[in-house]
Design a protein around this ligand. Structure first.
Ligand code: WT7
Length: 651
């Protein structure tokens, strides 16, 4: 087994190291053998109704479904005729057993305050807040926007919505007022739940202020509930704004979970596409719950006494599925941390692992690259011996980061699950099974049961092992998105028009000679910044909305920490552009979209490289942004001198 770490990119293309699961792990694993996995996978492929019907016995139903699945992809309906509730499955069903006193959420605030909510505590808070929602006029089917820090009230709010069948739309705290307004309007949200502010590296981010600004542009919102977190000054508008703690004072803790149809809309989560406005990915009740519950059990090998920690923010799908719904459906103990990994110092994550004896740790490659940069002295100060399993998600992990994670954090003892999935897929699709799969650094290995991927040409022809192509899914799965909210046409167009009869993920991928899957990144105009998708289109429209910008082209470039950085080529209506202008444009993008879209580089140019038909040649801009020689054909360029002038500026 080579552990040479000096071979950079080479090893990505030609990774031969393999790591079989340690014998002690296999012995206790939920899925123990290759045969068991193969059998499950084949059965789910050949007889999805039989397989998923059996799996659905792991859920608590108010009324059993008539049919497991109805209709072909993309419009498959799952568990039709069934009545079920997600909040009931995450809470109530655990209360009949000793689990009522088990920690559901162990929460750690950034300043160091902590809270533990046992299952019965969480259940009581959720019932109370569900009654608050009802009192504020929220009904089954209404949309509720949540814009909150990582505090327990966020989990309570989500579960309260699902308890009464209100559809939540969570917006990550790094989005701006304008972005909130767009999402409120698209979802026609009736109320917003927020906090005064959010702690970030000891500073307060004013969340309520952003909500106030957004409401000038979103007219459907009638009420705002505000959690007091930082104690910062906020303006409370009478008859519109209410303090969480006041509403929760005299409210009943009795609230039966509403019996909802299997296909009742559970949540909307906005994500970037290659064109136009953000897409409201819609997930429904039973299929999503089943997907997150089963994958949590298979991939994270959850056991009754595990302490499980996923470091994502609940504002992204990872937090929805693997901090809240999946773990709680399994009756697990989930850790939730409010703040930054480097506050008050770079050892904070490892301090938390030691403090709570975390057994399962799930994070993103972008975080791992930051840990590497900060140095081994941070993890080395803490006792990490409780860890038994590690995971990654969000982008391809470079083999050297994988090796560091394996050695320095996993101490060569813990299997690593590299989980490939998307906001749209709801749950993990491809991943090693930690007690079965021999892992290869950088590969998400194999599909989980119920997932039937293929790699195809643009014409939909299956490619042989070893060739790269488009990643598609040939079979429907329970936690698949059902539509893009309010735009079913766009749903069909985006995911099902590219390759006949298949779901197209937007990623390129290849398999190797052993059939392992390797994700090669996005093939559309979407860039992956710190494990999150951003549309280059959206950043471009933000730029051109500035009165001094005539034209803009945005591309990704390799970035040491973020995976991809944002590079903007801008031509102004007048003048050359200077540092002040650069600052102004960066600020403008942050205001339009939010801090997550902050450009890393802005390069001014009087013209942009275009084809004779006027299409911006992004391929060339990508080369320039990455500081590479121009690859491929430039003969279609309308004005060849543009390239030269852009390159000079970059020096
Ligand atoms: C895109 C989905 C799924 C939660 C976080 C991101 C990339 C995700 C992996 C992985 C290689 C990955 C893909 C995918 N991606 N996980 N393990 N290996 N790439 O959710 O914002 O919906 O982004 O993230 O490109 O399409 P998202």
């Amino acid at each position: 087994m080579s552990t040479n770490s000096g071979d950079g990119i080479e090893s990505v293309l030609n990774e031969t190291r393999t790591f079989p699961p340690p014998a002690e792990f296999v012995e206790q694993a939920n899925i123990k053998s290759e045969e068991e996995y193969q059998q499950m996978w084949q059965r789910a492929k050949d007889d999805p109704e039989g397989f998923w019907g059996e799996m659905a016995e792991n859920l608590d139903w108010f009324q059993k479904y008539d049919k497991v699945m109805e209709g072909d992809m993309p419009d498959t309906k799952w568990f039709t005729g069934g009545k079920i509730n997600v909040s009931y499955n995450c809470l109530d069903r655990h209360l009949d057993s000793w689990r009522k006193n088990k920690a559901a959420i162990i929460w750690e605030g950034e300043p160091g305050d902590t809270r533990v909510l046992r299952y019965q505590d969480l259940h009581r808070e959720v019932c109370k807040f569900a009654n608050v929602l009802k009192k504020l006029g929220v009904e089954t089917g209404d949309r509720v926007t949540i814009y909150m820090p990582m505090v327990p009230e966020l989990a309570i709010a989500m579960l309260a919505c699902s308890r009464i069948g209100a559809t939540h739309s969570i917006i990550f705290g790094g989005f701006s007022a304008d972005a909130i307004a767009d999402r409120n309007n698209d979802a026609e949200a009736k109320i917003v739940i927020t906090a005064d502010g959010s702690w970030r590296r000891g500073k307060e981010l004013p969340l309520k202020k952003a909500v106030d600004d957004s409401l000038e542009k979103s007219s459907t919102v009638k009420k705002v509930v505000v959690v007091q977190r930082t104690g910062g000054d906020v303006e409370m508008v009478p008859d519109r704004d209410y303090w969480w703690h006041e509403l929760m004072q005299d409210i009943s803790a009795d609230c039966e979970a509403t019996e909802l149809d299997s296909e009742h809309p559970l949540f909307i989560l906005y994500t970037s596409g290659s064109t136009g406005k953000p897409k409201g990915v819609l997930h429904t009740t039973a299929g999503y719950l089943l997907g997150t519950q089963m994958t949590s059990k298979w991939v994270f090998d959850l056991k009754e006494d595990d302490t499980y920690w996923c470091t994502a923010d609940i504002g992204w799908v990872t937090g929805h599925s693997y901090i809240i719904y999946g773990p709680l459906a399994n009756g697990a103990t989930t850790v939730m941390y409010e703040g930054a990994p480097n506050w008050p110092n770079e050892g904070r994550f490892w301090e938390i692992v030691e403090k709570y004896s975390v057994n399962i740790f799930y994070t993103a490659p972008t975080a791992i690259r930051a840990f590497i940069k900060w140095g081994d002295q941070w993890p080395n100060q803490y006792d990490l011996s409780s860890l038994r399993l590690l995971g990654t998600v969000g982008e391809p992990i470079n083999p050297e980061a994988w090796m560091w994670y394996h050695k320095t954090i996993g101490q060569e003892r813990c299997p690593i699950v590299d989980t490939w999935w998307q906001t749209e897929t709801g749950a993990i699709m491809m991943s090693p099974l930690p007690g079965v799969t021999a892992t290869k650094p950088g590969s998400c290995t194999f599909p989980l049961p119920g997932v039937v991927p293929d790699i195809v040409t643009k014409d939909g022809e299956s490619l042989p092992k070893g060739s790269g192509g488009l990643l598609v899914m040939r079979q429907s799965w329970p936690s698949m998105l059902r539509t893009l909210y309010g735009d079913h046409e766009r749903f069909l167009e985006t995911y099902f028009s590219e390759i006949e009869g298949c779901y197209f993920a937007g990623d390129g991928a290849r398999t190797d000679e052993d059939g392992y899957y390797w994700i090669m990144g996005r093939v559309d105009d979407v860039i992956n910044v710190s494990g999150h998708r951003l549309s280059t289109m959206e950043v471009e429209s933000a730029l051109v909305s500035h009165p001094k910008v005539a034209e803009a082209a945005v591309v990704g470039f390799p970035h040491e920490l973020k995976g991809e950085g944002i590079c903007c080529f801008v031509s102004l209506t007048e003048g050359e552009g200077d540092d002040a202008m650069e600052k102004e444009l960066i600020q403008h993008v942050r205001q339009q979209i939010g801090a997550i879209a902050t450009p890393d580089k802005i390069q001014f140019s009087p013209t942009l490289p275009k084809t004779r038909s006027g299409k911006i040649m992004r391929r060339l801009l990508r080369d320039i942004a990455a500081g590479r020689e121009t690859s491929g054909d430039t003969t279609t360029l309308e004005d060849a001198s543009v390239l030269e002038s852009l390159r000079k500026k970059d020096e």
